[in-house]
Design a protein. Structure first.
Length: 407
């Protein structure tokens, strides 16, 4: 079977049939005529998304429309191949690649490389292919099925300052030469106004790839500034979200994470958005989902529960978005008994202990200006959560140790 599959894919890379290829590009190639003359190459990637004990999604972007696949395998060999498909059609004639490989062995080292063959055009029922390009070999390790410990770091409010990523990671994300994180969270507002693909690539994707994203995954939660600009509606194409939604949940080791999208901080009728926003309705939809989520076995049985949300429903001023988040999410969040909430938005780092309005501690990271930037580091075990919020000069400006409670 493996040899048959390899033969099929080899054939696909050379001749192909129209019935096996998507007739439309999943992303138009935004190239000038001068840039279009360049040879096909990898614009960005590979970068990992949504890793679990038996699955991972690998993404990359090519310069020209292509048919792309992954070559991968456990240990040091890449004996398998995988491609993306949708509704029976193999993904092709596209630039943004999002390929999920499943059935992986937990707690195992895997090797992989990305391969893309340019699609030149169609002649009748056949497809014309161009040059094939491939990457060097990369590696990642799937979490153990019974993982009881992990580390992560959280950025927020970078606002189109990509230099913050290496500066904070290299200063505070390592112990000696060893990475002090298993995955990275960007908790909203990585951009100001999102106007073009190069902004998404150069200000977020490339810096992550340069440092860690070929081996360790990252998450981008939507902040209010990701909602703004002519290119904002294209952002989901560049990242892998469960069911293509910005709100979802997942379990990593002893922690069950819930991600909510706080949306815009302004009212839907604000003139800035030309009447093209419906965040009140969107938040109300999320609230209905949240009510069901906190009743799931994964949520109830988890050792710890962490909420990721860009705008905190509390301690984030009195703009409409904050107040509406508090109104629709607040009662359910308190009922759910979260252990910790991580947020951004205010550009003022702070910690807020549980009080009469929220029964869990809230950590809000700093802003993008030097002297106010923060990196939040979390170490989770089956017994406790240890959090430190570190300012860019190394000062610890927030600290929590949360011991496992009886549910």
């Amino acid at each position: 079977m493996l040899s048959d599959r390899r033969e099929f894919l080899d054939k696909m890379s050379k001749i192909g049939a129209l019935s096996l290829l998507s007739a439309t590009a999943s992303s138009a190639n935004p190239l000038t005529s001068e840039a279009a003359e360049e040879k096909n190459h990898f614009v960005a990637g590979p970068y990992l998304q949504n890793i679990s004990s038996d699955e991972v999604t690998v993404m990359w972007i090519t310069h020209k429309n292509s048919f792309s696949w992954l070559e991968y395998g456990a240990g040091t060999y890449t004996s398998k191949r995988e491609f993306g498909y949708s509704n029976g059609l193999i993904e092709a004639n596209n630039r943004i690649n999002k390929i999920t490989i499943s059935g992986l062995k937990p707690g195992t080292e895997h090797k992989y490389k990305i391969v893309s063959t340019e699609v030149l055009g169609y002649k009748g029922s056949k497809v014309e292919f161009g040059e094939t390009i491939s990457s060097v070999m990369y590696g990642f390790k799937t979490p153990a099925a019974n993982e009881d410990e992990f580390k992560m770091v959280v950025f927020n409010d970078i606002h189109d300052r990509p230099q913050i990523i290496p500066q904070l990671l290299y200063r505070h994300g390592y112990t000696g030469n060893k990475r002090d994180y298993d995955f990275v969270v960007f908790n909203g507002d990585c951009f100001d106004w999102v106007t073009e693909e190069s902004q998404v690539v150069d200000h977020l994707i490339k810096p992550t790839v340069d440092i860690f994203a070929t081996e360790f995954p990252f998450i981008l939660t939507q902040g209010n500034h990701e909602c703004r600009g002519s290119f904002s509606r294209h952002i989901p194409q560049y990242f892998a979200y469960p069911e293509n939604k910005f709100y979802y949940s997942f379990t990593r080791g002893p922690v069950h994470f819930v991600i909510l999208d706080s949306g815009e901080d302004k009212a839907d009728d604000s003139v800035e958005y030309g009447g093209l926003s419906a965040f009140d309705r969107y938040r109300e939809t999320q609230q209905k989902w949240l009510e069901k989520e906190i009743e799931t076995e994964a949520f109830k049985k988890s050792h710890f529960r962490i909420l990721l949300i860009h705008i905190s429903p509390w301690h984030s001023g009195d703009w409409h978005g904050t107040l509406h988040c508090r109104q629709v999410f607040g009662p359910t969040l308190n009922k759910a008994k979260f252990d910790l909430q991580l947020s951004g938005h205010t550009h003022r780092y702070a910690t807020h202990d549980a009080d009469a309005t929220h029964n869990f501690p809230i950590v809000i990271g700093g802003g993008p200006i030097e002297g106010n930037r923060t990196l939040i580091k979390l170490h989770a075990t089956s017994k406790e959560l240890n959090l430190r919020m570190i300012r860019d000069d190394g000062e610890v400006v927030g600290k929590y140790t949360i011991v496992k409670k009886s549910r």
